[in-house]
Write a protein that binds this ligand. Structure first.
Ligand SMILES: [Zn+2]
Length: 257
């Protein structure tokens, strides 16, 4: 049974201003409140990045804290407690690399510890995808490739990546997001299903004594997919590591019509 957990929330900063934000905040609370009520040994950190889906903002990077009050304050407001000098316009990949290099705790034979990154994104990760003259140049490295590299680095460090997609535009990349999350043992969840799914996950951890990975395996595929175009079975039937920029670019014109 998991006895302690470090959670890094990597969040699109523009989502803080959009109409979905109350739901994002509710989703975050639905994760941390049940754990706090059970006196879990838990730490949080927050990394805000510029998703390119709105006005560029100053991204902010916070250290781990074990105070939920401080974390909630960071989430609600400004830059108090932010660290790092070069924090302007952090991209999704920069933010995930920052999370990767966090000062994570580790478990031992006497204590089961889990490290989790919750990525909350409101855009496609790769700006080339939305530029029709640019999206078929497959010979360069792009954010889609970088996400795979980062996902594999998460596996090596035993960090589970959970991804929550906010808004319609993320559906363009839901299979990529789903693949890189599943690669680490995590899942992609459209925001509309996130609170319900995470409630089930937390119940399973707190009542059944499951680990996060065990809890996720007990949840039916439909719970992730309902109310959305996300299709887990596409990922499961394909070799998930084959979900690359060129597959999304090839599929995109039909999807956008
Ligand atoms: Zn790409």
């Amino acid at each position: 049974m998991t006895e302690s957990m470090d959670i890094a929330f990597v969040m699109a900063d523009t989502s803080l201003r959009d109409p979905f934000f109350p739901n994002v905040k509710h989703m975050v609370s639905s994760i941390i409140n049940p754990l706090l009520q059970q006196n879990y040994d838990i730490r949080f950190r927050l990394i805000k990045f510029n998703s390119g889906n709105g006005i560029p903002t100053i991204s902010t990077v916070y250290p781990f804290t074990d105070s939920s009050e401080i974390f909630q304050q960071w989430l609600r407001t400004g830059d108090d407690g932010a660290i790092g000098a070069n924090t302007q316009n952090i991209t999704i990949c920069d933010a995930l690399r920052e999370a990767l290099n966090s000062e994570w705790r580790t478990g031992d034979s006497n204590r089961c510890h889990e490290n989790v990154v919750f990525l909350v994104t409101d855009n496609v990760p790769c700006p080339y995808l939305l530029n029709t003259t640019d999206n078929r140049n497959y010979n360069r490295l792009c954010a889609c490739d970088n996400l795979w590299t980062i996902s594999n680095a998460f596996v090596k460090k035993d960090i589970t990546l959970m991804i929550v997609g906010v808004g319609q535009i993320t559906s363009i990349c839901d299979s990529l997001y789903g693949s890189i999350a599943k690669n680490t043992g995590g899942e992609y969840i459209p925001l509309i299903n996130a609170i319900h799914v995470l409630h089930l996950v937390l119940q399973s951890i707190l009542i059944e004594g499951d680990t996060l990975l065990q809890a996720l395996r007990h949840i039916k595929q439909e719970e992730f997919e309902r109310n959305s175009s996300y299709c887990c079975s596409v990922i499961q039937s394909a070799d998930s590591s084959s979900m690359k920029h060129r597959h999304i670019a090839a599929w995109l014109p039909n999807h956008l019509q």
